[in-house]
Design a protein around this ligand. Structure first.
Ligand SMILES: C[S@@+](CC[C@H](N)C(=O)[O-])C[C@H]1O[C@@H](n2cnc3c(N)ncnc32)[C@H](O)[C@@H]1O
Length: 300
């Protein structure tokens, strides 16, 4: 870490460092991806505007603290606008360097309102690191599924509470880590859903009566059609066609997620209201265009 950041507001309260296995092998993919996309501020303009509009429109008037999970390069959030709107802006990611560099690129490194948390918030990367060394038994996968059960406290839920909690396109990254570790397809699927549900539960646990914005990528559109024509399409219709044909990133069907917020026996009682935020496009790289949607949830 460069010296200029030695006095930065940094927190690390999680258990990432307790691994007996090199968690770096799981994290490295995310670090590489962040490096690859670090200069994409301009490319992300449309997506960032959508994320920022959603934050500003849905945040309760009295909200003073915001926490962004998966802040990474900070290319999808405008930190100047955030520090203008909120007294404290908490940024959480496993890739601390990406956050620090992102803050520098936005020219806001002297702000005392920004607090960085260096954390692994899925609670499963230590286990995945172990499984990269030794293939897991069915029993080991079953144990992790039990740990992820939403009856249990999710990782980092010992944090302070925030008025606004935002998850920015992290879910598919956690699924990616599961997929790139496990060979058995049934284990992958079950774990991806369990990790998703645990993530939704974590978001709700990080606020008391506040707003949770769950922003999620559905599918890579560019593999399907020419996105230069995208303005001619009704994106929600396009989204429906992907859902009907079961063509989307594992666990990211917005209907299944809405059902979690509205009907799940542990999660639904924490939810006061759920709004769907219609889909938009995220030009991620020159080769990838993701379809993204959101949910704005008010916690009871
Ligand atoms: C697709 S990026 C989000 C885009 C990012 N905000 C930007 O502007 O480039 C997802 C971020 O989630 C982080 N991440 C993935 N899994 C994580 C985990 N389990 N705990 C903490 N951060 C995680 C990655 O390091 C990455 O920075």
């Amino acid at each position: 870490m460069s010296n200029e950041f030695m006095n930065y507001n940094m927190n690390s309260q999680g258990n990432t460092s307790q691994s007996n296995y090199p968690i770096q092998e799981v994290i490295q993919d995310h670090i590489e991806f962040n490096k690859e996309t670090s200069q994409n501020w301009d490319l992300y303009t449309g997506h960032r505007n959508k994320v920022m509009q959603s934050i500003l429109a849905y945040s309760p008037k009295q909200a003073t603290t915001i926490c962004i999970l998966g802040a990474g390069n900070c290319n999808d959030i405008d930190l100047h606008l955030l520090v203008k709107r909120f007294q404290e802006v908490h940024l959480i990611d496993i890739d601390t360097k990406a956050i620090l560099d992102g803050i520098c690129r936005q020219n806001i490194k002297d702000s005392t309102q920004i607090i960085i948390h260096s954390e692994e918030f899925s609670g499963i990367y230590n286990k995945l690191a172990e499984w990269k060394q030794f293939n897991p038994s069915e029993k080991a996968i079953g144990n992790l599924l039990n740990e992820l059960n939403v009856d249990n406290e999710p990782a980092i839920s010992h944090y302070q509470k925030f008025d606004v909690v935002v998850s920015v396109c992290v879910q598919s990254q956690i699924t990616h880590s599961i997929n790139s570790t496990l060979l058995s397809s049934s284990g992958k699927y079950q774990l991806s859903l369990a990790a998703r549900n645990s993530h939704l539960n974590l978001l709700l646990n990080l606020t008391d009566h506040g707003l949770v914005l769950f922003i999620n990528d559905l599918v890579d559109l560019k593999t399907e059609f020419d996105v230069s024509d995208a303005s001619d399409f009704d994106l929600d219709e396009v989204m429906m066609s992907f859902i009907k044909t079961q063509n989307f990133f594992t666990g990211n069907n917005p209907f299944a997620i809405r059902e979690m917020f509205e009907q799940h026996k542990i999660i639904a009682p924490k939810v006061k209201s759920v709004d769907f935020i219609s889909s938009w496009l995220w030009q991620l790289t020159s080769k990838k265009v993701y379809m993204v949607y959101g949910f704005a949830i008010i916690k009871i």
